[in-house]
Structure formats: structure tokens, C-alpha cells
Design a protein around this ligand. Structure first.
Ligand code: NAP
Length: 330
């Protein structure tokens, strides 16, 4: 098994915060509660969550991504419990959480911060993100509120999520004026969704020194190849994920050549398909992109941390890039 000491950490944006190239996504820890009225994930037992967190931490993951909207604080709370239960072992574990902006004004960032800290049960907020670009206030107003929290020591670093190039530059500039770097933009990015490479977000991030945190890096499980192998699994999915375009028969046929390549390389490296997909995601663009795969089973976490233990050759990174571009869904 990998030990955390053998994983090379990366600076998050222009900060001195060191993160492992993979964090653990914990939307799956929403405890069966709904996001915008929709139930996405099954209600995972506390014991299972504890195991997923423990395996991830022991495998070298040093940070965990959660959000206010994931079960209205349920994910934050159960994550904090799992980390606290691990005692000293999880003392240095970092937390990224997110303020939910829809139908709110920027001042709610300050008004709700104590609720976030309460949900996190004494753990610090190492990174605080604006979850979406949609709010009643401008990015400038949001960053002014975030700067206040930084000054008060209630959070340690600031980022955004789902921000276009224009909004990213606006937020980055506004926070810079207050004397702080904007360190991350959390965006959807995977071998099947490469929009950030074309819409200016990735180039802007590289230019500004902002880390991209890739969410849905396994395209919600599709890149593991399990749904290509067994279509029956799609029927058993809880929630509306099964209706996403990537799960359609035509999409699975389209993306099969990529899965075939990942499986061929998995055999060559003696690892799994998901590990190849994640390794490509965290290496193809140098250190700019880190990723946060989610897990609903202990073996997902066990498998995914294995992506931290090797590096695909440049030849294989390029080969995957080529096929990915040919079949990519977005
Ligand atoms: N900022 C945002 O707007 C935003 C949006 C979405 C997500 N996120 C964050 O990003 C994280 C990850 O994104 P995501 O959950 O959408 O997608 P993902 O990480 O691409 O996919 C996670 C799902 O893939 C399957 N899986 C994972 N590892 C596996 C393995 N080794 N073998 C087989 N199946 C495996 C599991 O599906 P099953 O449960 O079906 O087995 C798991 O629930 C979230 O937890 C959340 O923290 C952020």
C-alpha cells in the first residue's frame, strides 16, 4: 500500500497549501438528502463513510471536498465525524467546502459562515469556494466578503467553482485587490468532458496560477468501464444520473474505443481502468489539474488512490488524449 509520505504534494494555486493530486469528493456523503429537490446518491451508512475516509487518508489523500448543498450540511458533518474519529491520524487533513450562491446575495457568505464551521465540528475550512457563478451579487462583491473571512481567520484560502474565464478573471482580480490570491476553480473535467480546454478556462487558470480542481473525473462512473461491460448496472442507479447523456446506448457505443484503450493500458500497467483515467487527468496538464473522484464503496476508494502511485508515460498520455478527443461527449 502507498503511504502518504511517498505521494508528492502540489501547491494549490499561488498558495503554500500543499494538496495531494487527488482529493476525495464527498457529494456521495449527502446521506440520501436532496440537491435542488433531486436525490442523487443512496444513503451511505456512517460506518461505510468512515471506511472510505480512512482508506483515502491512508492511501495518501490529504484533502476532502464537500459543500453546504451536499445534504444541507450532512456531508460536511459526517466527513468531520469520520476525520475526528481518526484522531491524530487525520489532524492535518484539509477540508474544502463551498458556499451555495443561488438566490442569495454576497452578504450571506458572512451570515452563514458560522453554520459551516458548526457543521464541520471544529475542523478548519482550508479552502472556501463560491459553488456556482449564479447569485444576486457580482463576483466582486463575493470576493470582498471572502476577503473579510480571510482577514478574520475564519477560512484559509479562497476559490470558485463553475466560473467561466470571464468570471474567473473578475474574481481573481477582485481578490487580488484585497491582497489575496484566488487559488482554485473547481470545474467539470474528464476524458469525456474537455470543455475547459476550449473555452479559455484552463488557459486563464495556467496564466493566473490558479489550480483547476476536476470534478466528475470518472464521468460519474462511466470511465471505470463498468457500465460499458454491464448495461444492467445503469438500471440500478439511484437518482437521475442514469438519464445523463453519457449513459445512453449511443454514447456508450461512441465511447467504447476509449474504454478499450484504458483497459488495454490497465493490463499493461497491471492496474485498473479508473486508475488510468485518473492518472491521465492529474498529469496531462502538468501540475495545473488535481481531481476529486467520489466513492460509494470502500473498494472505489481503495482503487482510486492507486492512481497516485505511478505516472503514465508521455507516449501513453498522448495516446489517451488522441482517442479521448475523438470520442469525447463534450
Ligand atoms: N463543484 C461542483 O459543481 C461539483 C459538481 C459535481 C461534483 N462535485 C464534486 O466532485 C466529486 C466527484 O464527482 P462525481 O461524484 O460527480 O463523479 P465521479 O467522481 O466521476 O464519479 C463518482 C462515481 O463513480 C463510481 N466510481 C468511483 N470510483 C469507482 C471505481 N473505482 N470503480 C467503480 N465505480 C467507481 C461510483 O459510482 P456508483 O456510486 O454508482 O458505484 C461513484 O459514486 C463529488 O463527490 C463532489 O465532491 C462538484
Amino acid at each position: 500500500m502507498t503511504t502518504s509520505s511517498s505521494i508528492s504534494l502540489r501547491n494549490l494555486g499561488a498558495s503554500d497549501l500543499k494538496v495531494s493530486p487527488l482529493g476525495l469528493g464527498t457529494w456521495q456523503f449527502s446521506k440520501g438528502k436532496r440537491l435542488a429537490g433531486i436525490k442523487f446518491w443512496p444513503d451511505l451508512e456512517k460506518q461505510l463513510i468512515q471506511e472510505i475516509v480512512k482508506v483515502s487518508l491512508r492511501g495518501g489523500i490529504n484533502w476532502f471536498d464537500t459543500a453546504e448543498i451536499y445534504g444541507k450540511g450532512a456531508s460536511e458533518a459526517v466527513l468531520a465525524d469520520a476525520l475526528n474519529e481518526l484522531g491524530d491520524e487525520a489532524k492535518e487533513a484539509l477540508i474544502c467546502t463551498k458556499w451555495w450562491p443561488a438566490f442569495r446575495r454576497a452578504k450571506s457568505i458572512n451570515q452563514t459562515i458560522d453554520q459551516r464551521l458548526e457543521a464541520l465540528k471544529g475542523r478548519k475550512i482550508d479552502l472556501y469556494l463560491v459553488h456556482q457563478p449564479f447569485s444576486f451579487s457580482s463576483a466582486n462583491e463575493e470576493m470582498n466578503q471572502m476577503a473579510q473571512l480571510l482577514q478574520e481567520g475564519k477560512i484559509n484560502h479562497v476559490g470558485v467553482s463553475n466560473f467561466s474565464e470571464k468570471k474567473l478573471r473578475e474574481a481573481h482580480g477582485a481578490l487580488k485587490e484585497q491582497g489575496f490570491p484566488l487559488v482554485a476553480n473547481q470545474m467539470k473535467f474528464s476524458l469525456l468532458d474537455r470543455r475547459i480546454e476550449r473555452n479559455g478556462v484552463l488557459d486563464a487558470a495556467k496564466q493566473l496560477g490558479v489550480t483547476i480542481i476536476a470534478y466528475s473525473p470518472l464521468e460519474q462512473g462511466i470511465l471505470t468501464g463498468k457500465f460499458h461491460k454491464n448495461r444492467e448496472l445503469i438500471k440500478n442507479i439511484v437518482g437521475p444520473r442514469k438519464y445523463l447523456s453519457g449513459f445512453k446506448e449511443s454514447s456508450l457505443t461512441r465511447t467504447q474505443p476509449l474504454i478499450d484503450l484504458l483497459e488495454r493500458l490497465a493490463k499493461e500497467y497491471d492496474i485498473s481502468t479508473s486508475q488510468i483515467a485518473l492518472n491521465w487527468t492529474i498529469h496531462f496538464h502538468g501540475e495545473t489539474i488535481v481531481a476529486i473522484p467520489g466513492a460509494t464503496k470502500k473498494h472505489h476508494a481503495e482503487e482510486n488512490i492507486g492512481a497516485l502511485t505511478f505516472r503514465l508515460s508521455d507516449k501513453h498520455l498522448a495516446e489517451i488524449d488522441k482517442v479521448s478527443k475523438e470520442v469525447s461527449l463534450k
